[in-house]
Design a protein around this ligand. Structure first.
Ligand SMILES: Cc1ncc(COP(=O)(O)O)c(C=O)c1O
Length: 435
């Protein structure tokens, strides 16, 4: 599942004599049971037709895809791939240090311009970026990490700690808690790691406040915006949707500069291509070219992915904001449906990630089966991937979902609300910023 693993899977032994493997098995029991028995996990998808997928004999509407802009199904993008294959073959299998096709330079220049940053460096995935860049940025200093940062950020922090960095956690999206820790700590290299748009709640932290703290305490703010890049971007009047425009990510969305900020995002979600990048000053880019193992050793992105990034950037220039306006309308239809039904979702942003927690975590298997029977495919969020109070399912809307599919989803959500106990809407929930 591509869902966040908010904390590392937490195993809390009460009996010290229990074997470590038994503790792990016990902690992951709910998830393992789902994986074994629920058709919504570990499924083999045999065929797709638009945003419908076939699993065995059953066709379902896919609301678990991260292809937010629908670029994976966009004919004008697919048609561009063969010309690149003709010129570059299927796969440039040099590591980037040994030889980078000029396509990389071309994409890096375009990303730098779109983001308004100093420079960018492409590596195959965000996970590889976290594992290789966080240790470089942290050195022997201190990493302050959001308690619920994505699991892959934690993996990067683990690597950094093996190289001498100290890790401190602050409360989720709580800049005051971060400042308390920054004030207490000795000076030295400091790195603050947070998510941009959160992969479960669909909300973004107050990046402006975090950036201000980074500058005040001479730290680097490291932001993973896997889900925001391509969807949200710079704001200005008049904004047609709460997403802002150009899809240039959460830093620009908050009107922030890249001063003391390192921005990381992927192209495998909104841009439907296997690649990721880090926006950073040129001297850091130079350093990473000899210190980040994926640049030195990893197999690179396939030609088709580099081609679809270029074609995707072209389409984004041409009508990205129009696509995002349609995406927002579809997301808004689902959010308004939940509001009518009186169902809670943590989504306050209007961004296209909508988590629906259950009142009783034990129901997750039955809810998953019910949705599957109804022909709706979602991401199940089970314990220990999320705390028991947040166990439920996550709906992701993409521009490629048809209006009919969105309406069908809202019908099925009504049936789920009748058949199961969901958490009631909270009266204090702020509404997504008006368009
Ligand atoms: C917030 C976040 N960061 C990183 C990743 C991993 O990205 P990649 O597949 O590029 O390694 C994901 C994947 O779901 C994610 O949600």
């Amino acid at each position: 599942m591509s869902a966040a693993l908010p904390d590392a899977v937490v195993v809390e032994p009460t009996d010290r004599s229990t074997r470590w493997i038994d503790r792990w098995l016990e902690a992951c029991e709910d998830l393992a049971e789902l994986q074994r028995s629920n058709p919504m996990t570990d499924a083999v998808i045999e065929e797709i037709e638009g945003r419908r997928i076939r699993i065995g004999e059953r066709w379902l509407v896919d609301f678990a895809s991260c292809n937010y802009l629908g670029f994976d199904l966009e004919r004008s993008i697919m048609n561009r791939v063969p010309e690149y294959l003709e010129r570059w073959g299927t796969h440039p299998s040099w590591s980037r240090l040994l030889g980078s096709p000029a396509l990389y330079e071309q994409i890096e220049r375009r990303l730098t311009k779109l983001l308004g940053c100093e420079d960018t460096l492409i590596l195959p995935t965000i996970t590889l970026i976290h594992l290789s860049v966080i240790p470089v940025l942290a050195g022997g200093g201190t990493i302050y990490v959001d308690r619920r940062a994505h699991k892959t950020i934690y993996e990067g922090c683990q690597f950094a700690s093996m190289r001498g960095a100290t890790i401190k956690r602050f409360d989720h999206e709580d800049a005051d808690d971060l400042e308390r820790l920054l004030r207490k700590s000795p000076s030295g290299q400091r790195l603050v790691c947070i998510d941009g748009v959160n992969s479960m709640t669909g909300n973004a932290p107050d990046v402006a406040r975090f950036a201000q703290l980074a500058r005040q305490y001479d730290a680097i703010l490291y932001v993973d915006d896997a889900h925001g890049f391509g969807v949200i971007g710079e704001r200005g009047a008049p904004d047609v949707t709460p997403y802002g425009s150009r899809g240039n990510g959460v830093v620009r969305h908050f009107g922030e500069s890249y001063d003391h900020v390192v921005f990381v995002a992927g192209l495998s979600k909104a841009y439907s291509s296997l690649a990721a990048f880090i926006a950073c000053p040129p001297e850091l880019k130079r350093l990473l070219k000899t210190s980040a193992p994926p640049y030195l050793y990893s197999g690179p992105s396939p030609t088709a992915s580099l081609a679809t990034v270029i074609a995707g950037l072209d389409l984004n220039d041409l009508r990205g904001d129009q696509i995002r306006a349609g995406l927002w309308e579809k997301t808004d239809t689902v959010l308004r449906c939940l509001e009518r039904l009186g169902i809670h979702t943590p989504n306050e942003s209007g961004f296209p990630i909508i988590e629906i927690p259950l009142a009783r975590h034990e129901d997750v298997d039955a809810v998953g089966r019910f949705l599957f029977e109804q022909g709706i495919y979602v991401t199940l969020a089970a314990y220990p991937l999320v705390p028991r109070t947040e166990v439920g399912f996550r709906v992701q809307v993409t521009a490629a979902n048809t209006q009919g599919e969105i309406e069908y989803l809202t019908d099925v959500l009504g049936k789920v609300a009748n058949a199961f106990d969901l958490q009631p809407a909270r009266s204090d929930r702020p509404k997504a910023a008006a368009a």
